[in-house]
Design a protein around this ligand. Structure first.
Ligand code: AMP
Length: 186
């Protein structure tokens, strides 16, 4: 049996990080959180400047980071959190990894109002990140999601080699997690 690759996709504040942590309590996944990896890079780098504006980091750099973090020749199950976000990233993932892993894309689906409310809550509770600080930055990230990543999610839902689940996560966290577990059959 091939190892599993869970691909958590969705806009700002849908809970990719929270659900990744909850999944890790159930099973020993290798969790690859691209946003966190990028945030750990030097603050004066070009990448940090791109992130502070809420723009997408170039595909080439992202693919290099993802490639070096996916375990080579291992039977470990993996969670990808925040990747892919562009069509080039998604095609690369399917071309290179669909034969090695059982890929299951989980689209954490919420309307834009819910995303905005959750980002505002994150700011109020003081967990705000550098890229939550500015209204224009938040707008750019939401625009990138709807204009660039939603078409990618739609395309992934049509790819035969992978499993795809569209999950409504507008309820409270435990109920949402139950729906994810149901979709994953765990
Ligand atoms: P996140 O923590 O997932 O919201 O990501 C924070 C920021 O990192 C994004 O606003 C982008 O600037 C950058 N980033 C994260 N993942 C990607 C990706 N797959 N492609 C391009 N840029 C990304």
């Amino acid at each position: 049996m091939k190892p599993k690759m869970l691909v958590l996709m969705g806009g700002q504040g849908v809970g990719k990080g929270t659900f990744s942590q909850m999944l890790k309590e159930l099973h020993d996944y290798v969790h690859i959180e691209i946003g966190g990896i990028l945030r750990s890079l030097p603050k004066d780098s070009e990448i940090s400047r791109i992130m502070a504006k809420g723009e997408l980091v170039p595909d080439e750099k992202i693919l290099e980071i993802i490639k070096s973090n996916i375990p080579d020749k291992s039977d470990k199950d993996v969670i990808l959190d925040g990747f892919p976000r562009t069509m080039q990233q998604a095609r690369w993932l399917v071309e290179n990894y669909a034969k090695i892993f059982d890929i299951h894309v989980i689209y954490l689906d919420v309307p834009e109002e819910v995303m905005v409310a959750r980002i505002q809550k994150r700011i109020r509770e003081g967990g705000g990140r550098q890229d939550d600080a500015n209204e224009q930055t938040i707008k750019n990230r939401l625009t990138n999601f709807w204009e660039t990543t939603v078409p990618v999610i739609k395309w992934l839902s049509t790819v035969k080699e992978i499993k795809f689940s569209d999950i409504d996560v507008t309820s409270e966290v435990n109920e949402n997690f139950k729906r994810i577990r149901n979709a994953l059959e765990i």
